[in-house]
Design a protein around this ligand. Structure first.
Ligand SMILES: Nc1nc2c(c(=O)[nH]1)N[C@H]1C(S)=C(S)[C@@H](COP(=O)(O)O)O[C@H]1N2
Ligand SMILES: [Mo]
Length: 254
């Protein structure tokens, strides 16, 4: 699972390292001055790069849009990385055409809610044709349609001290989180359709959080649970995402 880009950084030149550390210290100063939180994975050897990347994006581009493409550029054969779970509750939902699938929303909100798939499909949608890039090097362009995450957050009424949205796959070991800027961003959507049809199994049926401003691994498939929180310290490994343990940065803006 360890991305090659990350492993390269282990042998980085001392000068580059100094630059990163200095840059990160400077950026951390700016970030603190601008009241940007440090990313939850600002620990250990990746801290300088992680802090730099996150703070820079938050300072200069928090409302920037991910690039969108014309329909002709949709990939004919999008590559699916992996298959849905063959054990646990997933196959049962699949055998019922996902009629039993739900999305539970809880945490620091005043109106906890468990959405059925039908309820989500009935909501006003946002559509985007965006690029999904894996850290391993391949990528594809697809059209995604779904409910803006902001619509859901507004409905459940998040608390004023909320800071992060944690999201879980029904697939064991896959969870991640984003800050509220990313969560409210218009291109962050709870996708239920891909290229005009329900999301295919291997691409995350029936729901996927599409986070097009970051690398592919943030777009968690088989989405079934969302939790709003003020801190990631007590969630899972305390570092914001399952993938951080495998060397994926918590924030990886593109
Ligand atoms: N539940 C789940 N979500 C996941 C993954 C996964 O294995 N399981 N892989 C991630 C990675 S590393 C990438 S690059 C993309 C791949 O999306 P694709 O299968 O549509 O190509 O999904 C991300 N979301
Ligand atoms: Mo990936």
């Amino acid at each position: 699972m360890l991305g090659t880009t990350e492993s390269k950084e282990i042998v980085m030149e001392p000068t580059r390292r100094n630059f990163l550390v200095t840059g990160a210290v400077a950026t951390t100063g700016i970030a603190v001055g601008s009241q940007i939180d440090l990313p939850p994975d600002a620990q250990g050897i990746w801290a300088p790069g992680n802090i730099l990347n996150y703070a820079a994006h938050r300072l200069i581009g928090k409302n920037a849009l991910a690039r969108e493409f014309p329909r002709e550029q949709i990939s004919k054969k999008p590559f699916a990385n992996g298959e849905p779970p063959k054990k646990g509750p997933y196959p049962e939902h699949q055998s019922k055409n996902f009629d039993t699938w739900t999305l539970e929303v809880s945490g620091l909100i005043s109106k906890p809610k468990t959405y059925t798939l039908a309820e989500l499909r009935a909501k006003p949608t946002a559509t985007q044709i965006t690029h999904l890039a894996c850290e391993e090097g391949w990528s594809y362009i697809a059209e995604w349609t779904g409910v803006p995450l902001s619509t859901i957050l507004n409905e459940v009424q998040i608390a004023s001290n909320a800071k992060y949205v944690v999201y879980n796959s029904l697939e064991e070991g896959w969870w991640d989180s984003i800050d509220l800027d990313e969560a409210h961003h218009p291109q962050t959507i709870v996708a239920h359709s891909m290229n005009g049809a329900p999301i295919p199994l291997n691409h995350g049926a029936p729901l996927r959080l599409r986070v097009p401003r970051q690398l592919g691994y943030k777009s968690v498939k088989y989405l079934h649970k969302i939790t709003v929180t003020d801190s990631l310290k007590h969630v899972g490994n305390g570092r914001g995402a399952a993938g951080v343990d495998y060397g994926y940065a918590w924030y990886n803006g593109i």
